[in-house]
Design a protein around this ligand. Structure first.
Ligand code: FMN
Length: 200
């Protein structure tokens, strides 16, 4: 762990962080294909995971886990997925999608693994996995890296699940890709927030 603050358990004053708000308000993903070297160092990747693992988690169940996909393992994975792409409805398109997985210098697979709990519904445990992924995007951005949260067909394919080592009941929350974007990420159309908010 190389996070630049004394101790994660130290008291945290509740204080304004205006720069953080500005950054979050402008946050955007870098398309995976634009992510190249340098990627996060192993220590930085560990920090990104550590920040993700601080996601809100009802019942402290940690209903998720992480798989760091090392470059050599990724090349092998892409090759094997390429073979699986033949079984997809549109093999050519499925193969092309693998470019997103191949591109980034660093990738962490986040796996949702809800557990039986008398108190915490599965839904909330799945939501927590999404929060993990979101925090990882933010952590990567704070370290100066571009990031992209991708699922694609191989997140839902039984053969791919076997390659990824998913246990029964586990699901892919996302392939989290990190690297240095070759171009500044463009803004996308955003929802009109006012239209999404009602008041009781
Ligand atoms: C669960 C989840 C899965 C996603 N999977 C894909 C994907 O497979 N392919 C893709 O192009 N974008 C995917 N996205 C969208 C991108 O990660 C990103 O959110 C989107 O391009 C919008 O960019 P923004 O983060 O700047 O809002 C996914 C997003 C989420 C939340």
């Amino acid at each position: 762990m190389s996070l630049p603050f004394p101790d994660l358990g130290d008291p945290l004053p509740v204080a304004a962080e205006p720069r953080l708000l500005t950054w979050l308000a402008r946050r955007r993903s870098s398309p995976a294909q634009t992510l190249g070297a340098p990627g996060p160092s192993p220590e930085q990747l560990q920090d990104i995971i550590a920040v993700g693992a601080r996601a809100p988690d009802h019942g402290k169940l940690a209903p998720w886990r992480f798989v760091v996909i090392e470059p050599r393992a990724k090349a092998e994975l892409v090759e094997r997925l390429s073979a699986l792409a033949e079984g997809q409805p549109n093999p050519e398109q499925a193969r092309a999608k693998l470019a997103k997985l191949a591109a980034a210098p660093a990738t962490v697979l986040v796996i949702s693994r809800p557990v039986e709990s008398p108190k915490v519904p599965e839904w909330e445990q799945v939501l927590s996995a999404g929060a993990v992924c979101t925090l990882m995007l933010v952590a990567a951005g704070s370290l100066g890296f571009g990031a992209n949260w991708i699922t694609d067909w191989y997140a839902y394919d039984a053969g791919a699940a076997a390659l990824l080592g998913l246990a029964p009941g586990e699901r892919v929350a996302g392939f989290m890709h990190f690297g240095t974007p070759s171009e500044a990420p463009l803004e996308r159309a955003r929802p009109d927030v006012a239209g999404l908010v009602t008041r009781l």
